[in-house]
Design a protein around this ligand. Structure first.
Ligand SMILES: Cc1ncc(COP(=O)(O)O)c(C=O)c1O
Length: 476
């Protein structure tokens, strides 16, 4: 089958993707910092994929999105040009081909995460957020949702669904070091407020500070009768979840955060026995077997995943996930590479002083992420101003609260009174603005700066990042 041999070629991408300037890296490979950082730090194994540093750009927003190797993109486009793919709901040959590719992709995803096929299934979505939104169909009625304060807004938003179903909503706090308060969480899990269905939702890795939360919370929560939503969207960028060992009920993720391409695709990996705790609230094309217009009657798809995949899945892109996963497999472990780079940056920033400027680091040392604020004298400057200044100098970094208000509130010591004033002052909902929040919080910062690393980053990026930060500090 031409398509399959072509397809296999796509997977072997790491060697072809040396598009970056070897000159720049040769220079840095010989410098003393790199020697210090090499060896077991392992960056030399992971500098093979394309690196934006080669083009004079420093990309340090890995938690935002991974950088794809060029061959993933080129290979897949070649595949699309050579193969006729049809809507998988039809039954002709192009349709059967698309259906078969999608089936193989489901299997490849389960294999990548070592998920037993008889236990887990893959529901394709447009990303982690729409995977989480599938929990709209969770039977919250009179039950409970327990969230950690460290959660992405895509998970926080589930509390509205839960509330509308009369469920209790509770938050488990985080500590000053941005780790989960283990005693409190243990107590909250042990003493639920409802005997009905209960969902505990937490991220495997914080998208704010890169904090790694213990995956043992999955086992502990399940042993106390909770269903578990483990948000792996940020985690999967540099870590691999082993669903042979950790057994959450729901795992949402986005593939662009893992290997950059394709975008617009994610999935919910779901334990098959969790379907019994879901009730699909509507039907749509693709997710039903029979619908009658004459009579108020429909029969949903029998297969679990099909019941939750509304409309036509992204058949032109889904199979491109396979070479993406194979690409990650070819790299092997990349976490120590990312952590190594982030740790060098952490140490550089911690001691950096220039002009009136200095750095206040919020994240813990030893993550793949450095989250910090810039100070001019005693005052923290607007994080957005730093992002803008860095951007002008070719360094790409993220600023804001990263859709994670719980950690942001902790980092900047926000008080409930601030929000109460903001809320009470507003005549209309749209009178609640970020500017007002800043004003009511007495000028407390409303966001931080996040530098996050992945397989395509090199020590060059850290060097440039530090130099650019020094330059910005000098001009404060
Ligand atoms: C922890 C976490 N959860 C969920 C999401 C949402 O992912 P997406 O925007 O791809 O749907 C993100 C995105 O940054 C994230 O970091």
């Amino acid at each position: 089958m031409t398509s399959d041999s072509n397809y296999d070629n796509i997977s072997d991408s790491s060697n072809d993707s040396l598009l970056f300037s070897r000159l720049v890296h040769r220079h840095f490979r010989t410098n003393s910092l790199n020697k210090k950082f090499g060896g077991s730090g392992g960056y030399t194994t992971v500098e093979e994929p394309i690196s934006p540093a080669s083009h004079g750009q420093v990309y340090t927003d890995w938690t935002g999105a991974a950088v794809p190797p060029a061959t993933l993109i080129d290979g897949w486009h070649k595949h699309l040009r050579r193969n006729l793919l049809g809507n998988p709901h039809s039954h002709h040959r192009p349709s059967a081909k698309a259906m078969e590719d999608i089936k193989r992709t489901r299997a490849a995803i389960l294999d990548y995460f070592r998920a037993p096929h008889d236990e887990y299934e893959v529901i394709f979505t447009s990303g982690a957020t729409s995977a989480i939104r599938l929990l709209e169909h969770y039977k919250f009625m009179g039950g409970e949702i327990l969230l950690t304060a460290d959660n992405h807004n895509s998970v926080n938003g589930l509390r509205e669904t839960a509330k509308q179903s009369g469920a209790v909503v509770r938050y488990a706090p985080i500590n000053g070091d941005l780790a989960i308060d283990a005693d409190m969480l243990d107590r909250m899990l042990s003493f639920p407020r409802s005997n009905n269905q209960r969902l505990f939702a937490f991220p495997a890795k914080s998208n704010y500070a890169g904090t790694m939360h213990s995956l043992d919370w999955v086992r502990r929560a399940k042993s106390k009768g909770w269903d578990v939503l483990l948000d792996a969207a940020a985690f999967c960028a540099n870590d691999r979840l082993d669903l042979g060992r950790v057994k959450p009920d729901f795992v949402p993720l986005s593939f662009y955060k893992m290997f950059g391409y394709p975008t617009g695709l994610g999935c919910l990996i779901i334990r098959k026995d969790a379907y019994s705790r879901m009730h699909k609230k509507w039907f749509a094309g693709g997710s039903i077997l029979i619908v009658s217009v004459m009579m108020d009657f429909y029969a949903p798809e029998v297969l679990g995943y099909a019941r939750f995949e509304d409309g036509t899945v992204n058949f032109g892109q889904i199979p491109a996930i396979i070479p993406g996963l194979q690409f990650l497999n070819s790299l092997g472990e990349t976490k120590s590479h990312a952590v190594g780079l982030a740790t060098v940056l952490y140490d550089r920033l911690a001691e950096l002083r220039a002009g009136r400027g200095s750095i206040l680091i919020h994240s813990a040392r030893g993550n793949d992420t450095v989250t910090f604020s810039v100070k001019a004298g005693d005052k923290i400057i607007n994080a957005w101003d730093f992002e803008k200044a860095a951007n002008e100098r070719g360094v790409f970094v993220r600023s804001g609260c990263f859709c994670n208000p719980g950690v942001n509130e902790k980092v900047f010591g926000y008080e409930i009174e601030t929000y109460a004033r903001l809320y009470n002052d507003a005549i209309m909902p749209d009178a609640i603005t970020i500017e007002k929040l800043g004003e009511f919080s007495g000028g407390a910062p409303i966001g931080a700066i996040r530098a996050s690393f992945g397989y395509a980053n090199t020590i060059v990026d850290v060097e440039c990042f530090t130099a650019v930060t020094r330059d910005i500090l000098n001009q404060l």
